[in-house]
Design a binder for this molecule. Structure first.
Ligand SMILES: Cc1ncc(COP(=O)(O)O)c(C=O)c1O
Length: 454
């Protein structure tokens, strides 16, 4: 058995194409206009996105070329390493082999620049000089701020209030890259003012922050909007993770039996899983693929598969997805990037087709896994990523109980260096498991839009 720990590729092996799972999945339910409930066409999305990104959103081509200038920037941190967690395996005394793809090596500390760079680049090509966006964990906001600084684009980020308060250094990072960061809900937009009128102490949510950023783009013709997850083109950009991992597994001599990633809107999960699922869909071997979500925001495991809005103020198109209802505000737990009411349409579709599994965990069990991982492997995971770590550890312990030497691969989507406040709360016993409010969930599901197409 090879004792190698890190499996790396050189810069020439950065993928040249993004993998588009739409080519291998059945035709998905149409995306509908929020006012007319008719299928949206490319022109309906033009106030928000440049045409190249809209065309990616609706494309069914299996491979979409990555522009050379984008690949050139990726060289700053890609290909990211695939690492065998041998010390964690030993600590768990498991016969399982545990690998993780480490996306925390990017400048912002997570997978998010994989989409921020191409989104900023396609906007730049379309002559756009101003972008708005939302951020939950602060990772996406930092990534778009970084991308904006490379292309001379002004970036304004609406950061979910509880995350803004928990992580002042994320804001400082965005400002270092030259972006403006505003706590959401804010008084600067109609949707923000409406959310504050409904609840002056609102912790904010990704749904509200998206409404604020979209509203600014819709009202200002020189401003476009960028989303850090959920949409097809964002998932597409993240597929370089899984494509690299497939090549790296060829170096290991192993082949993953179980693939795991946390899922907020679904982008790092899809990034790792979709290229492997594509192999299966085109006749290859079947693997278990697990999306992990917080028990306090259980979109896949408790949500409905229904048409819903992507934001609280109902400015975005209607997408058929797993949803807790667009008015649902999850409790302010620490994995801010997982506090989203919906799930990407493509990930939801894969779940409905039985191609993937889903699992929900409470935050204490996740932090416990994050600490165990840090003590064995040295990397402190982002609170979002601890969900994947928890699941990988549980799968490795299952292998131990069953005496099976399976190969597990999880996505370590980011490091937690800006999240040490959460770890401080965990160590001091201040962190508690949080349940969503069942009555609030019932009422937000009852308010799902009635859609004739369903
Ligand atoms: C480190 C990290 N992992 C995961 C996520 C969840 O997002 P997604 O499901 O789009 O990967 C986020 C979102 O902010 C994040 O910052």
């Amino acid at each position: 058995m090879s004792a190698q720990v890190k499996f790396t590729l050189d810069e020439t092996q950065i993928p040249k194409y993004w993998y588009n799972i739409a080519a291998d999945l059945p035709t998905p339910p149409a995306v509908l206009h929020p006012a007319t409930q008719q299928p949206v066409g490319p022109s309906d999305l033009e106030s928000l996105f440049p045409m190249e990104l809209i065309l990616q959103e609706v494309s069914t081509e299996r491979e979409i070329e990555i522009p050379e200038p984008v690949r050139d920037i990726f060289r700053l941190w890609r290909p990211s390493p695939l690492i065998r967690a041998r010390r964690l395996e030993q600590a768990l005394d498991t016969p399982a082999k545990i690998y993780f793809k480490y996306e925390g090596v990017s400048p912002a500390g997570s997978h998010k620049p994989n989409s921020a760079i191409p989104q900023a680049w396609f906007n730049k090509q379309a002559g756009i000089k101003k972008l708005t966006t939302e951020t939950g964990a602060g990772q996406w906001g930092s990534s778009l701020a970084f991308a904006g600084s490379l292309f001379g684009i002004d970036v304004t980020v609406y950061q979910v209030r509880c995350s803004y308060d928990q992580k002042p250094y994320r804001r400082a990072l965005m400002e270092t890259y030259g972006a403006k960061c505003i706590s959401s809900p804010s008084t600067q937009t109609e949707s923000g003012r409406a959310a504050l009128a409904a609840n002056p102490d609102s912790p904010g949510s990704l749904g509200i922050a998206i409404s604020e950023a979209v509203e600014i783009a819709v009202k200002n013709p020189d401003v476009k909007y960028a989303l850090g997850s959920v949409l097809n083109h964002v998932l597409l950009h993240q597929t370089i993770i899984g494509q690299e991992a497939i090549k790296q597994f060829e170096l290991t001599g192993d082949d993953p039996d179980v693939i795991i990633a946390c899922a907020g809107g679904g982008s790092n999960f899809a990034g790792l899983a979709f290229p492997f699922l594509g192999l299966t869909l085109r006749g290859g071997r079947r693997r278990r693929v697990i999306a992990v979500e917080p028990a306090a925001c259980p979109t896949l495991t408790r949500g409905k598969y229904a048409y819903d809005y992507g934001d609280t103020a109902h400015l975005t198109p209607l997408v058929k997805m797993h949803t807790l209802g667009s008015t649902f505000v999850p409790p302010g737990f620490h994995a801010g990037g997982l506090r989203y009411h919906g799930m990407s349409g493509q990930v939801s579709q894969a779940y409905e087709l039985g191609l993937i599994e889903a699992r929900a965990y409470q935050q204490l069990a996740c932090f416990e896994a994050g600490v165990q991982f840090a003590r064995a492997e040295g990397i402190v995971p982002a609170p979002e990523s601890t969900h994947a770590v928890r699941c990988a550890i549980d799968e490795a312990l299952r292998c131990k109980a069953e005496g099976k030497a399976e190969t597990i691969c999880f996505n370590l989507s980011g490091h937690g260096h800006f999240d040490m406040g959460a770890y401080i709360n965990y160590f001091s016993g201040k962190l508690v498991d949080q349940d969503y409010d069942a009555a609030e969930l019932a009422s937000s599901l009852a308010e799902l839009p009635q859609v004739a197409a369903e």
